[in-house]
Design a protein around this ligand. Structure first.
Ligand code: NDP
Length: 335
């Protein structure tokens, strides 16, 4: 079997040499274990956090350990009552061609008839993140304005579409004309703003004539600087991610605290961070039942960026942290 291990910890932007492709022997399977062959690996921004040993909500990957990640796999051998060979499952099997994992940690792939890869994106963890962040924190109402960055990605694209289903106005923020066109024309956001433009702050202001009632925070950095003056009284801010800061750069040199805190005070903002696992055990099935049929029917849209070959995962992952991906980033490992 093949896997990608963490060779060393990056400082700043990760490079190819922080990863190592290696052969390994699968461990012996015990009672309850399932042996799987990986088909599709999900690459997600949180993995940057696992490469670092800074304190976080989850433990770091040890040096020499396999990179963490969720994949869709086919069951090859099962010593667990719930699974038989040929079953399609999803679980945290890592950046690996094969794995042995306890069956209790696997979920059957369930997509209401949509392609199986959606269980890593719009009908998986990122889609659920968008849904739960809006349902439990953002709570958009009819006629309100909801803004979200990384709007062409799996979280942001779902945020905007759910906002519209709630009767709100969806304002997308994305990098470059191609992504912006997709967000407006194909995802159906009301309007979109390019954060790479020099006029970003004034373009955003023009795009939000009634201010912002819900800002779903995915990136931080200069996007936050543009959003802050537009936030309305009682605006809600689900803090979901800060991808502009994950590499430790991203205009981290600016002290944003005074402006941020005084706006929280003056506008009575609700700022609430969350990790989707907080809601997943109680609400994932509800999400899937509600959104699954809408994705399968095409009412809720998504885009996938599928790259062939486990060996290409590091390069694809590094690119995602600067916006080179276009849609949910997935590595195809096998047919
Ligand atoms: P995406 O597929 O959207 O990829 C990240 C995107 O972020 C890039 O494509 C790029 O889009 C944008 N980006 C990268 N660097 C910058 C920058 N410096 N400034 C502005 N934008 C930038 O990712 P996901 O949809 O998977 O994740 C979105 C966010 O949600 C991330 O912050 C992630 O960590 C977070 N998340 C949080 C979870 C939680 O439980 N709290 C769970 C899942 C995800 P563009 O080119 O358009 O700028």
């Amino acid at each position: 079997a093949r896997r990608i291990a963490l060779a060393s910890r990056p400082t700043g932007q990760p490079g190819r040499d922080n990863f190592r492709l290696e052969a390994f022997d699968l461990p012996e399977a015990n009672e309850g274990d399932v042996t799987v062959r990986s088909l599709y690996l999900s690459l997600d921004p949180y993995m940057r956090g696992r490469m670092s040993d800074a304190k976080s909500y989850a433990a770091a990957v040890p040096i020499g350990g396999v990179m963490e990640g969720e994949a869709i796999s086919e069951v090859v051998k099962s010593l667990h009552n719930n699974f038989v060979p040929g079953d399609l499952v999803r679980g945290r099997t890592g950046w690996s061609s094969h794995a042995v994992i306890n069956g209790d940690q696997l979920r059957r792939v369930e997509t209401h008839g949509a392609p199986i890869t959606t269980s890593l994106g719009s009908l998986g963890m990122p889609g659920f993140t968008a849904w739960s962040g809006l349902k439990f924190i953002g709570q958009p109402k009819q006629g309100e304005t909801v803004a979200v960055a990384a709007a062409s990605g799996p979280v942001g694209s779902m945020v905007g579409q759910l906002a519209r289903l709630a009767g709100a106005r969806a304002v997308g923020i994305a990098g470059g004309p191609e992504k912006c066109a997709y967000v407006k024309d194909e995802l159906g956001f009301d309007t979109v703003v390019d954060h790479r433009s020099e006029r970003f702050a004034s373009d955003l202001q023009t795009a939000c004539p009634d201010g912002i009632d819900v800002y779903f925070e995915n990136v931080g950095g200069h996007v936050w600087d543009g959003v802050l003056p537009l936030l309305n009284q009682f605006a809600r801010i689900p803090v979901c991610g800060l991808v502009a800061h994950y590499n430790g750069s991203g205009s981290a040199d600016i002290d944003r605290l005074p402006a941020t805190m005084s706006t929280i005070l003056r506008r009575s903002l609700l700022v609430r961070g969350f990790i989707q696992t907080e809601f997943a055990a109680d609400h994932f099935d509800e999400f899937l039942d509600e959104i699954g049929p809408r994705v399968a029917s095409g009412e809720v849209r998504y885009r996938e960026d599928i790259i062939d070959g486990l060996e290409n995962a590091p390069e694809a992952f590094i690119g995602m942290l600067t916006g080179r991906n276009f849609g949910k980033l997935i590595i195809k490992i096998a047919d």
